[in-house]
Write a protein that binds this ligand. Structure first.
Ligand code: CP
Length: 306
């Protein structure tokens, strides 16, 4: 196993399959209660320049559950950026207050820049439409918990594959585990060429379709995403695709009945609430798995776990 101590977590491109397995296995130890208190004496700062419910609050809960301390801000309005301070100066300041920095920012590459400036590890909690690595770690953990493996899965990614950072990171992760991908989106929201080229280079078979039923009946997971309204420049372009998908109990049945439904949340209207009660629905369990997974990651990078 590679060492995580002192390492920033910015992109799936920086990670190997064994790194991902180590995070999943460590999160399992945390969830089973085999380790605890490993962040005692450690302080984590959260700097969120974009809204969040799950990521910020599960990082906070993760730190508190592991005996550490956490502080930060939830929007740029409540930081001195509102007075004109640069992002770089904010990072240079806050890194002196903590043992790890968790950053969400609307600009792609912001977390990478922070990691180049910071003397403490930086975790990318979402940078624009680029990546969201810790979401992927909890996605993988949830998949492994559901079917006992990560290798050789047929995964459908549905919705906004252009702007959805969670599906960019997840596609890169699945390419390390011999997956087969079905990419379901309207033509205007297809996965960017750069990510598809990386899938091709990894030898991962993928198909682009417009309806989930075109994936057949052997999908293990259908990973649904909302249309990312905040990334559209043209509101009319958003409206044209805003309600293009709605996964229902009938969709689940059409897909063979066994497919597990995942979603990073927040949901708008792309999964009908009738699906919530089906055994196929994993999305709230997925959100709750953010706690042991983020506990594990923080333990690994601060040296409290190995
Ligand atoms: N999945 C996710 O990133 O949710 P939040 O935007 O609420 O953090």
């Amino acid at each position: 196993m590679g060492s995580f101590k002192g390492r920033s977590i910015i992109s799936l491109r920086d990670m190997s399959a064994s790194d991902l397995v180590q995070i999943v296995e460590t999160a399992g130890r945390v969830k089973r209660g085999e380790v605890g208190g490993f962040l005692a004496g450690r302080t984590v700062a959260v700097m969120f320049f974009e809204p969040s419910t799950r990521t910020r609050l599960s990082f906070e809960s993760a730190v508190l559950h592991s005996g550490g301390s956490i502080f930060g801000f939830a929007s740029s309005d409540s930081s001195s950026q509102s007075k004109g301070e640069s992002f770089a100066d904010t990072v240079r300041t806050v890194m002196g207050y903590c043992d790890a920095l968790v950053i969400r920012h609307p600009v792609e590459g912001a977390a990478r820049l922070a990691s180049e400036l910071s003397t403490v590890p930086v975790i990318n909690a979402g940078d624009g439409a680029n990546q969201h690595p810790t979401q992927t770690f909890l996605d993988l953990f949830t998949m492994h918990e559901a079917v006992g493996r990560l290798e050789g899965l047929h995964v459908g990614l549905l919705g906004d594959l252009r702007y959805g950072r969670t599906v960019h990171s997840l596609a890169m992760a699945m390419s390390m585990f011999g997956s087969r991908l079905t990419l379901v989106s309207p033509p205007s929201l297809r996965m960017p060429e750069q990510f598809k080229a990386e899938l091709s280079n990894s030898g991962i078979p993928f198909r682009e379709v417009q309806q989930p039923e075109e994936a057949g009946t052997d999908m293990d997971f259908l990973y649904v995403t909302r249309i990312q309204r905040e990334r559209f420049v043209d509101p009319q372009e958003y409206e044209a695709v805003a309600h293009c998908y709605r996964v229902t109990a009938e969709t689940v049945s059409n897909l063979g009945g066994k497919v597990k439904i995942m979603h990073p949340l927040p949901r708008v209207d792309e999964i009908a609430e009738e699906v919530d009660g089906l055994p196929n629905a994993l999305y709230f369990k997925q959100a709750h798995n953010g706690i042991p997974v983020r506990q594990a990651l923080l333990g690994l990078i601060t040296g409290g776990l190995d």
